[in-house]
Design a protein around this ligand. Structure first.
Ligand SMILES: Nc1ncnc2c1ncn2[C@@H]1O[C@H](COP(=O)(O)OP(=O)(O)O)[C@@H](O)[C@H]1O
Ligand SMILES: [Mg+2]
Length: 252
């Protein structure tokens, strides 16, 4: 459905060219939910930006439904049905929430504006007619951006760390929204996240580190690893109490 073939991205940094992505090979299927995870600075947002056309590939190809879109602009890719809710959302100054969501959904409104706000944990009565300005918190802006992506009938939706700055209740709501989106719509979803709750939704987990995809695996393996880290931490705590310095020593 969406394929990245040996994609590389280099950008002009302060000290000359920097290679930020290398040999990215990825094949995203219809109706599947992918979670992209890995250390900070590993290249996750850059992969999303390469798919959206914000960082044009300097090598390799991006193909969607058999069409080579490598040279296409952000607008052209948006028209093809690719959407990206950024890690740091843009401010949509001077617009009301209603304007933003109406503009995003266009004629394709799959859901009412009220439902869209509910899905990201915002109450329509409080927000619909509010002007978007500096009075909005980072978490509120983030949720509006997610709502504006949900408003569109997309083929590929990319969400970059949607949990950032969001309270627990809204996070729970958002997780449920991702779950239903995946079931109801014919959509490919990629969520960049470190949250166990989001990892649990994944059909596949894409591990990104050092500007490369280090592994594509199923969620059970990743969740097992998280559990091992948890156990290790618990063990370390016990060790500290018993005056031993590390987990291996403790297990003896
Ligand atoms: N516009 C840019 N100019 C220079 N370096 C960049 C730019 N965007 C990203 N990078 C660098 O590329 C690497 C990967 O960044 P990013 O994709 O944001 O990582 P992640 O989302 O996994 O935390 C980082 O080292 C980052 O500093
Ligand atoms: Mg990022």
């Amino acid at each position: 459905m969406l394929e990245l073939i040996d994609v590389g991205v280099s950008l002009e940094g302060d000290n000359g060219k920097v290679q930020i992505l290398n040999h990215i090979n990825l094949n995203l299927d219809k109706q599947k939910l992918y979670v992209m995870t890995g250390p900070n600075g590993g290249g996750k947002s850059s992969i999303a930006k390469a798919i959206m056309g914000i960082y044009p590939p300097t090598s390799g190809k991006i193909v969607m439904d058999g069409i080579d879109i490598t040279e296409q602009s952000i607008t052209e890719r948006a028209q093809l049905g690719i959407g990206y809710a950024m890690q740091q959302p843009a401010r949509f100054k001077g617009m009301t929430v209603r304007d933003l969501l109406t503009l995003a959904s266009g004629d394709n409104a799959e859901k009412s504006l009220c439902d869209l706000l509910f899905d990201v944990g915002l109450c329509a009565q409080d927000y619909l007619n509010r002007e978007i300005n500096a009075s909005f918190s980072g978490g509120e802006l983030k949720r509006l951006e997610i709502a504006s992506v949900l408003a569109r009938k997309l083929k590929v939706a990319l969400f970059d760390e949607p949990e950032a700055g969001i309270d627990l209740w809204s996070f729970k709501k958002l997780t449920e929204t991702f779950e239903t989106l995946n079931k109801i719509y014919d959509m490919t979803i990629v969520i960049i996240s470190h949250q166990e709750r989001i990892l649990r939704l994944a059909d596949q987990v894409i591990m990104v580190a050092g500007g490369r995809i280090s592994e594509i695996t199923d969620k059970d393996k990743v969740l097992d690893e998280i559990e091992m880290i948890d156990n290790d931490c618990r063990c370390r705590k016990a060790c500290e109490i018993r005056g031993k310095s590390n987990a291996a020593e403790c297990n003896r």
